[in-house]
Design a protein around this ligand. Sequence first.
Ligand code: SF4
Ligand code: SF4
Length: 81
Amino acid sequence: MKWTANHITYEYDEEKCTCGLALCTEACGQGVLDYLEGPDKMEIVNEVQCIFCLQCEEVCPTKAITIQGALTLQDIPGLKS
Ligand code: SF4
Ligand code: SF4
């Protein structure tokens, strides 16, 4: 599953989605992702709410989620910690 919005590409590889814990869904504070039992495990239920915070990508232990093109806080000069 792949979708693009505002030049940002979100990709989900269900073959790699094996943790069975829905860590990504729990990490998403925007209610964008839903995790289902079954072959199509991940569903995007609210994509307009995605703020590309990258938390779902970060917590996924199997790299099943990749987000490309998103700016992060580290990209903003003066905000590097
Ligand atoms: S954290 Fe990764 S492996 Fe786990 S349910 Fe989400 S996409 Fe699948
Ligand atoms: S990038 Fe952030 S807001 Fe978007 S689906 Fe992932 S955790 Fe949710």
